[in-house]
Every structure is written in structure tokens, then in C-alpha cells.
Ligand binder design. Structure first.
Ligand code: UDP
Ligand code: MG
Length: 319
């Protein structure tokens, strides 16, 4: 761990022409103060990642880069979405940096939390997660759905940091290991805990977007949440199997009920046979689908080919 690490701040930008100037102004002050306090190296930079914007975002980034040596940028060949853009930025920045902090272009995540993130890194943490302490400024709908989502993920057994989005510090060591995760359906906030290493959290209050509109409309948000669930848990497949057993149990009850009804003569011809068959076959089919699901789930985790272990220290190499 270096006393004055080179920090790269990675900021994905999609149609953010309205916010870039203000963001640059605020980040410049922050970076300069961190450099002056000798918290970070003078080689530190902010790296904007243009995610195939349709407006002037890339032109503005190039202009800022010419004017300020503290700011640099990369552009994707087309729009690939926030998570891919962020990954592209992280993987590029790690070639130049010791630590990387990712944040949104609209500065909804308090940039003053960076000081504490760097402090926690210097205390020996390789990942520092930014966690929203309060969501006072979020709409009621956003707050309820977002918090419900994190709880649901936990219920599904996913190791996710509660109320953490993509505001986090990662060291180069972590990013080098992260590169081994080859999956294409990205849910970065769920993947970093898988890398392991010592980590900590920093709390901050989330602000409102100061200009421009959210680039995450409801449809994208739902898609993202769905990706998070299906990329991290095969439990939904297991539920099918459980449901099958429940239905099979019900079919036993129905069988008894139908037979009693038949014995007291309260039925019409063929009813007993039909009602028992429907429930029994239904349960059997559900279980069969569930069993196939179990194998699909296994295949799914095999194809993702996530690393099975990461060695963080090897005493043999330290001799
Ligand atoms: N973003 C991106 N590509 C996209 C959509 C969004 O790079 O296709 C960026 C966007 O520029 C911003 C960040 O992702 O820096 C988060 O988006 P936004 O602030 O609109 O989301 P919200 O805070 O409303 O969830
Ligand atoms: Mg935002």
C-alpha cells in the first residue's frame, strides 16, 4: 500500500452534457485538495467514460481534457449501458492507477465521502463500499422499490451490500482479480463481494440529481434488478421444484376428498378419476421441470466460469 496512491475516479457518462461542467468544477476542487493534502499522488486523474452518448458529451470531455491535465476520458464505440461502461472504465483505469473510485456523473453520491474511502484504504481495506445512509431525497417509490430489492436479494442468498450502488473504491489488486470474472450479464455491485479481500463501508447521504434527467427509467431499472436476481441466484429454479412438491401434496388431499365423495355417492361418473389425475399429473410435471431446472442452474454456474478461489497472499513469494 502506497502512502500517496495514484487515484483514478471513473465516471460513466451517457448524454450528460448538462452536468459535465459542474461535475468537473466540483471534482477539480476535490482532487486538488486531496493532492495538496498529499493524500493521493499528483498523477491522479478523473476518467470520464463516454457510453456512446448521442449528445455533445464526448466533445465536452475532449475539451475538458485539453484544458485540464487532471481530466482524461475514453469513449465506447456505442452505448452499452451503465454497467458495461463502468467495467470498461475500471479495466482501463487500473492500468494507470493504484486505486480507482467509481461514481455517477450527476454527483448524487457525495464526493466528500472520498476522503474517508481513501482513509479506509490506507487502513488496509482493498474495497470500500459507499452506502447510502438515508434516502430522504429519493422519491417514495424509488426508496421502497430499491430497499425492497436489496432485502429480496438477501432472501435469495446473494451477498450484496445493503443500499450500496456503484460508488466504491477498489484497489488495483482487486481489479486485477476482477478481470477473471468473464460473465457478460453484469451486476457489479453483487460481483465485487465475490472477489473477497478486506473491505469496509463508508456512509453518505444521497443528493438529488442537480441537472438533466435520470438515465435509468423504470424499464431499465426493472431490467437491471431482474439481471441482479437471475445472475446471482438459482433459487427461482428451486422454487419450481418446491412448488411441484406442494402441488403433489395437495393432490393427495384432493385424492382423499374425491374418494370420500365417491364413496358417499356425491359425484357424477368420471369426476373422481379426472380430478385426481389433473392434480397428480400437474404436480409431477412441476417437479420434473424443477429437476431439469436444477441441472440448468448447474450448467449456468459452470458457463459463467467464475474463479473458484483467489489467493490474496502467498507466504512463499514473500521469502
Ligand atoms: N449511464 C451510462 N450508460 C447508460 C445509462 C446511464 O453510462 O446507458 C450513466 C449515467 O451517465 C450516470 C450513471 O450511469 O453517470 C447513473 O445514471 P443515472 O444517474 O441516470 O441513474 P439514477 O441515479 O437515476 O439511478
Ligand atoms: Mg443518478
Amino acid at each position: 500500500m502506497k502512502k500517496e496512491p495514484i487515484l483514478y475516479v471513473v465516471v460513466p457518462c451517457y448524454n450528460e452534457e448538462e452536468v459535465l461542467e459542474e461535475t468537473t468544477k466540483q471534482l477539480k476542487v476535490k482532487m486538488e485538495s486531496l493532492i495538496n493534502k498529499k493524500e493521493i499522488s499528483a498523477k491522479s486523474k478523473v476518467m470520464y467514460v463516454n457510453d456512446g452518448s448521442k449528445d455533445k458529451t464526448w466533445e465536452i470531455i475532449k475539451k475538458i481534457n485539453k484544458k485540464e491535465k487532471l481530466f482524461t476520458g475514453v469513449t465506447l464505440s456505442r452505448n452499452r449501458g451503465h454497467q458495461n461502461a463502468l467495467l470498461g472504465g475500471l479495466m482501463t483505469a487500473k492500468n494507470y492507477a493504484d486505486i480507482v473510485i467509481s461514481m455517477d456523473a450527476d454527483l448524487q453520491d457525495d464526493i466528500n465521502a472520498m476522503d474517508e474511502m481513501i482513509k479506509k484504504y490506507k487502513e488496509g481495506n482493498e474495497i470500500v463500499y459507499g452506502v447510502r445512509s438515508a434516502r430522504k431525497k429519493d422519491t417514495f417509490f424509488k426508496r421502497v422499490t430499491a430497499e425492497g430489492f436489496y432485502k429480496f436479494m438477501k432472501f435469495l442468498g446473494v451477498d450484496c451490500v445493503y443500499n450500496h450502488a456503484d460508488y466504491r473504491l477498489t484497489s488495483k489488486v482487486v481489479l486485477d482479480e476482477f478481470e477473471k470474472f468473464k460473465e457478460v450479464n453484469l451486476f457489479l455491485r453483487g460481483m465485487f463481494p465475490l472477489v473477497g479481500y478486506k473491505s469496509d463501508v463508508v456512509y453518505y447521504e444521497r443528493n438529488e440529481r442537480f441537472a438533466g434527467e435520470s438515465k435509468y427509467p423504470l424499464k431499465k431499472m426493472l431490467n437491471f434488478a431482474w439481471d441482479g436476481i437471475t445472475s446471482f441466484s438459482v433459487k427461482p429454479l428451486r422454487f419450481i421444484c418446491i412448488l411441484g412438491f406442494v402441488i403433489l401434496f395437495i393432490s393427495i388431499a384432493i385424492m382423499l376428498y374425491s374418494l370420500i365423495m365417491k364413496l358417499i355417492g356425491q359425484t357424477i361418473a368420471g369426476w373422481t378419476f379426472l380430478s385426481i389425475s389433473i392434480w397428480f399429473i400437474g404436480g409431477l410435471q412441476m417437479i420434473s421441470i424443477g429437476i431439469i431446472g436444477e441441472y440448468v442452474g448447474k450448467m449456468y454456474s459452470e458457463t459463467k466460469a467464475r474463479p473458484r478461489f483467489i489467493i490474496s497472499e502467498n507466504l512463499e513469494e514473500k521469502k
